[in-house]
Design a binder for this molecule. Structure first.
Ligand code: PA5
Length: 450
């Protein structure tokens, strides 16, 4: 089995071996707490055994639904936000041609696009423009079934689909992924007779990519969800034991040792633009899991070499409160070679005949050394290639490490109480029924006319 590799030697030096070693017992305890469900948030540990326990029958059903949507649609719009969006987006982007959005849909190969992940009227109007007169389907995803962003998008697109395809076809072309029994989306799905999938009660949004939330959109995009789950299951086994060489435990210990040494910001770094959204998924996973009680590493991300030309100065020379975790892809999907040029005006003939990715590799090594010299600890995660199996491994690795890391930090990694604060204000400002008192108070606070 090709597995991911983890190298912390360029980070441990900064935190000190002692600090890192001292976290061994806490990591071992955290691994057992995840396994035995004895820690905070233990009602949300369904993701721990998801890869090994996903029934074959469920995978088969997801594949059949995906095939049905693929055969009938040019576009499939996935509506959802946060954990109901980022996992699928991350995997699809990582496995897709960089320019797949600009290629026309082909029969049996619809474009998967996303909506309900913002509240922009322009975005929705542009999307309606794209879908006008086209055959499209909808996968609407919301665990609570009441989240404002996807609810707005679904209202608009549901009506459009019914107008364009007719009520019966619209029902057939809509799939809802939601709670087993609760929430507005469940009620609507039952009324309308949509095909539905359940988001398990014990799996929180940001840990849900290996449930139908992620699996259905990924299958619709044409990728092999069995290999994805297989990779995750391999990593489930690799990270199950509370031994000191558990890679998820090592990563969790390393980041907590760095945090205790004043490194408050973690930059997830890639040298491959296909991984941009993987970083977005990772930021939600770690940000929502650890940023609470006035604590938590701030998870940020940059895409190199692109951002070396914008953020490189700060990273090299700014306040020394950062560390980096670099995801390094070993084997590019294709080899592109640099041509020779008779005039050599740009002076890069010394690179002629070499592969673009060799240059990228040297940029990566050079950057790592420069950043270490500049006082930035670097954790290195090597993956063989960007494929379903490897992504499954990587997803599960980060999930398990996140649970361990949150427990070492002493927070509940499986709740997100802070996410509600903006919603309360927004509902009060919009005059949502039931929020009358808050509406009055907030209008007074901002000096708005009644
Ligand atoms: O991780 C989380 O819990 C959140 O990001 C949710 O996934 C997000 O708010 C969407 O919630 P829902 O699926 O209930 O619409």
């Amino acid at each position: 089995m090709k597995t991911i590799s983890l190298n912390i030697q360029d980070a441990v030096y900064f935190a000190g071996q002692e600090k890192f070693d001292a976290l061994r017992p806490a990591a071992a305890e955290a691994i057992s707490m995840l396994d035995e469900a004895t820690g905070k948030g233990s009602g949300f540990l369904g993701w721990v055994r998801l890869p090994s326990e996903t029934p074959d029958e469920l995978i088969g059903r997801i594949e059949a639904t995906a095939e049905r949507l693929r055969s009938e649609c040019e576009f499939v719009v996935c509506i959802g936000i946060g954990g109901s969006y980022l996992g699928a987006k991350a995997v699809i982007s990582a496995l897709s041609d960089n320019f797949s959005d600009f290629h026309a849909p082909e029969p049996g190969k619809p474009k998967v696009i996303f909506a309900g992940q913002n509240i922009s009227g322009e975005y929705l109007a542009d999307l309606r423009g794209l879908l006008k007169g086209r055959r499209f389907g909808i996968i609407v995803i919301s665990k609570s079934g009441t989240t404002t962003e996807p609810a707005i998008a679904f209202r608009i697109l549901k009506d459009m689909l019914a107008e364009q395809a007719g009520a019966d076809a619209a029902r057939r072309l809509t799939v809802a992924i939601t709670d087993r029994s609760k929430g507005a989306l469940r009620t609507l799905a039952t009324q309308e007779g949509y095909e539905t999938y359940v988001i398990p009660d014990n799996v929180g949004g940001r840990f849900s990519v290996l449930t139908p939330v992620g699996l259905l959109p990924i299958a619709v995009a044409g990728f092999d969800i069995r290999k994805l789950i297989g990779g995750a299951a391999d990593m489930q086994r690799t990270t199950a034991h509370p031994s000191p060489d558990n890679p998820a435990g090592i990563y969790a210990r390393m980041r907590n040792a760095l945090y205790a040494s004043g490194k408050k910001i973690e930059l997830l770094i890639n040298f491959n633009p296909r991984l941009h959204y993987f970083s977005e998924w990772w930021k939600q996973l770690y940000g929502e899991s650890e940023g609470k009680e006035g604590k938590g590493i701030f998870p940020a991300s940059v895409d190199f070499t692109t951002d070396l030309h914008s953020m490189g100065q700060w990273i090299q020379d700014g306040e020394r409160t950062i560390f980096e975790t670099v995801i390094s892809v070993g084997k590019p999907a294709v080899e592109e070679r640099i041509p020779s040029d008779a005039q050599n005006l740009d002076g890069i003939n010394y690179l002629a005949g070499r592969s673009v990715d060799e240059v990228n590799r040297m940029a990566e090594i050079g950057t790592r050394l420069a950043h270490i010299d500049g006082g930035v600890p670097v954790i290195h995660i090597g993956i063989h290639s960007l494929d379903e199996h490897t992504l499954g491994q990587l997803i599960y690795f980060f999930e398990r490490a996140c649970g361990i890391s949150g427990y070492i930090l002493g927070v509940n990694p499986f709740d997100q109480p802070g996410v509600e604060a903006y919603k309360k204000n927004m509902f009060a400002l919009l005059g949502k029924p039931g929020h009358e008192k808050e509406t009055e108070a907030i209008r007074e606070r901002i000096g708005a006319k009644q």
